[in-house]
Design a protein around this ligand. Sequence first.
Ligand code: THU
Length: 146
Amino acid sequence: MSFAKEIDRKTLLQAARDAAAQAYAPYSRFRVGAALLFADGAMVSGANVENASYGLSLCAETVAVARALADGRRGGMVAVAISGLDADAISPCGRCRQVLAELAGLDGSDPVVLGEGHEGMREWRLSQLLPDAFGPKAIAPGGACE
Ligand code: THU
C-alpha cells in the first residue's frame, strides 16, 4: 500500500469543488462539496443532499463520511477539504464536526481540515474545531468498533 506522504491541498480542494457541482440543493441553492483524503491516497467525496422536509438535509461532509464508512473504511483519514463554490470559506457545521470525529476517532487521527472560500483557504486541525470530542473510544475504551 502506498501512503500519501504530503497532503496535496490543491487536488483535494479541487475534488471538493467537483463534488459541490453535484450537490442536490434546490432549497438553499448553497452547494457544498467535501473531499476526504486517506493515508493510502484514496479520496472519498460527497455533496450536500437536501430534502423537501428541510430538517432532513444532509451536509456534504456527512455524505462523504457515510460513503467512506459504507465503503468499509474505518480510519486513515488524514485530511478533509470543504468547498462552498461561491461562498466564504466554510468551516464544517457542528454536526459535521462530530460526524468527522467518528471516522477520525476510529484510529485516533487528527485530520487537517481545509475550507475554501472567496478570501482564500483556511486550515485547522479537527481537534481545534471540536476539542475534547466525544468519540468511539468513550463507548469502546479498548478501541475498535467493528
Ligand atoms: N452545508 C454543508 O453541506 N456543510 C456545512 O458544513 C455547512 C452547511 C449545507 C447544508 C445545507 O444543504 C446548505 O449547506 C445550507 O446550509
